[in-house]
Design a protein. Structure first.
Length: 68
């Protein structure tokens, strides 16, 4: 994936659907892809809140790398 990045890349966004994994997977992939570029990696989950209580329905994982 790094081969398609611009030499002046400022960010990478990654969304992963239909996978039984942790958001740590997204973080590891982005860290490996941007190794040596500096910057910061953030990860998390996208979810829908149930309208009658506080339960969350997980939808996908996300990851973001931002250059400094």
């Amino acid at each position: 994936c790094r081969d398609i990045l611009s030499p002046k890349a400022r960010f990478v966004l990654l969304t992963v659907y239909t996978i039984d994994a942790s958001s740590l997977l997204c973080g590891n992939l982005l860290s490996e892809m941007t190794d040596g570029l500096g910057g910061k990696v953030d990860v998390g989950e996208l979810a829908l809140k149930h309208d009658k209580d506080e339960r969350l329905l997980p939808l996908s994982l996300w990851g973001r790398w931002q250059a400094r």
